[in-house]
Design a protein around this ligand. Structure first.
Ligand code: HEM
Length: 407
């Protein structure tokens, strides 16, 4: 095949669209020369793969992880001795295990429960805006967009406000741990932090077992399907996943949405004139700039996608960013169109059995954050004293580097 570039290259990560457009047109299943992974870009192919977990497994850590190394064994020993063994529950799992964990989490994380959180989300958003107001300027990324999802999930997992710094550390080290080139000593340090987190969450969970509260962790402790509840290690693994999966993603959604509004005056005027368009605006933000650029699958047997042979064990990258710009699915995909028909069919939350379980919470947070920022920050604009925000070179997130604003 022709070498068109690699998703591991920082230049392409900073500005991926010309490359992804070429893949869509010339090589819709493309063997990435640097990673050896098969990049799948067509909307239809991504849908097909997502519908067949028996052929394309989510247990990607089996290949990506360092499971046989001495460090990995030491890590596993520490978790087992002082914390809880790590488990595949949702995102790195397949049926039938995935099916039963997912059913239990859905019992706790219901749409009506998420809806009931809205007044509390609005109060939190307002509190953060109150903190920025007197300054007339802010970097919206650390001062607001990081805090909204982090504080919400911390509250939902029963973390006391006094412990937010620890919670932030646990979130950060989990992201850091995904680096395949991590130094072994650092990996052991991270393991110790994560063991602290496991024990913290376990202590909270045991408290809620006796005395339920109306937060997500307590609801998970008491969730029951066919008489089954979550075991302590499964509960901890799921809580950990909720902590990580909703943070950088929602932060990025909020930041990108505000950046688009501040750089497109017509769009902003349309949204300010009719705030009832905020929900569809958000969907178009997620379509055009999916925070999760891709997810991985491992082929359980040899198969064929389009005219490319995928060997057993081959790793696929489902490019949600590309599928959301596939001209076979979307009219004028590069245009930002708030009235786009069928926009909720975008791939930003994935497809099929792993479809994002936090999508309603993320959508609610984004909606409330955008509405209140526009309503409450007068004369809001990008800071003229800072360089234009840029997308950071990163393998696993499509996110801006800052959002300095003045108001
Ligand atoms: C799954 C994106 C917010 C929890 C996913 C997947 C995507 C995604 C693409 C599918 C993974 C796959 O294909 O393998 C996003 C985006 C968000 C967001 C773009 C924000 C804009 C959240 C929030 C939470 C959350 C707020 C929870 C508090 C999860 C979990 C899964 C998941 C637990 C795994 C579900 C499963 O495997 O059954 N998310 N997510 N996400 N998400 Fe989200």
């Amino acid at each position: 095949q022709d070498i068109l570039g690699s998703l591991a290259s920082p230049e392409i990560q900073t500005c991926p669209f010309p490359f992804l457009d070429r893949l869509l047109a010339e090589a819709p299943v493309y063997k990435d020369p640097l990673t050896g992974m098969y990049v799948v870009t067509r909307y239809e192919d991504i849908g097909h793969i997502s519908a067949h977990p028996e052929l394309y497994s989510n247990k990607t850590t089996v290949v990506v992880g360092r499971h046989d190394s001495p460090v990995a064994q030491e890590v596993a020993r520490r978790f087992a001795d002082r914390g809880f063994p790590e488990m595949h529950t949702l995102v790195t799992n397949d049926p039938p295990g995935h099916t039963s964990y997912r059913a239990l989490v859905e019992k706790a994380f219901t749409p009506s429960y998420v809806k009931s959180l809205e007044p509390y989300i609005e109060a939190l958003v307002d509190e953060l805006i109150d903190g920025m107001l007197p300054n007339g300027r802010a970097n919206l990324l650390p001062e607001f967009a990081i805090k909204v999802p982090m504080y919400i999930i911390a509250d939902q997992l029963g973390v006391d406000r006094a412990d937010y710094d620890r919670f932030k550390l646990w979130s950060d080290v989990t992201v850091e741990r995904n680096n395949p080139l991590l130094d072994p000593d650092r990996e052991l340090e991270i393991t110790d932090h994560l063991i602290d987190m496991q024990n913290y969450l376990h202590e909270r969970a045991e408290r809620y077992r006796v005395q339920p509260e109306d937060n997500l962790l307590s609801r998970l402790v008491h969730a029951e399907v066919d008489g089954e509840t979550l075991s302590p290690p499964a509960l901890i693994a799921i809580a950990h996943q909720l902590l990580v999966a909703g943070n950088e993603t929602t932060t990025t959604g909020i930041t990108t949405a505000m950046w688009l509004l501040l750089t497109k005056p017509d769009l902003r005027a349309a949204i300010e004139a009719d705030p009832s368009r905020i929900p569809t605006f958000i969907e178009e933000v997620l379509r055009s700039h999916s925070p999760v650029p891709h997810m991985w699958r491992v082929a359980t047997q040899a198969s064929r996608i389009g005219d490319v042979e995928i060997p057993e064990g081959g790793v696929l990258m489902l490019s949600y960013l590309a599928g959301n710009r596939d001209p076979a699915q979307w009219a004028c995909p590069a245009d930002f169109d708030v009235g786009r028909k069928g926009v909720r069919n975008h791939l930003a939350f994935g497809r099929g059995i792993h479809f994002c379980i936090g999508n309603q919470l993320a959508r609610g947070e984004m909606r409330i954050a955008i509405r209140r920022l526009l309503e409450r920050l007068p004369n809001l604009r990008l800071s003229p004293d800072h360089p234009e925000p840029q997308f950071i070179p990163h393998f696993a997130i499509h996110a801006l580097d800052h959002l300095h604003i003045v108001f």
